[in-house]
Design a protein. Structure first.
Length: 101
């Protein structure tokens, strides 16, 4: 879908990537229940815009709880291997929350 609110996109262009800007603008326009963002600045801005935000790691925990996936750890390990940054403390917390530690 194309974003209609070009003014919002221009307003925040300096601090966020274009894809994040358009995702936030579109989520607001369609009144999305949830937007998935991992970048801290993007998450903060989306929350200020009144959007409910979740990150990829939270979605993995939810997917396991709903039995969509069996385990979180192999997916998080693969993400880390391919450059998705997850600090050690957060990594252990995710495994604890998913019941894998």
């Amino acid at each position: 879908m194309e974003v209609k609110d070009k003014a919002l996109a221009k307003q925040i262009r300096e601090s966020l990537h274009l894809g994040e800007i358009e995702a936030i603008a579109l989520a607001g326009e369609i009144k999305a229940d949830l937007i998935i963002l991992d970048d801290k600045k993007a998450r903060e801005f989306a929350e200020k815009e009144g959007l409910k935000v979740a990150g990829l790691l939270a979605l993995l925990i939810i997917a396991k709880e709903k039995r969509i996936i069996e385990r979180v750890k192999p997916i998080v390990d693969a993400l880390r291997k391919h450059g998705f940054f997850v600090g050690e403390d957060l990594y252990l917390e995710i495994l604890k929350l998913s019941g894998e530690v």
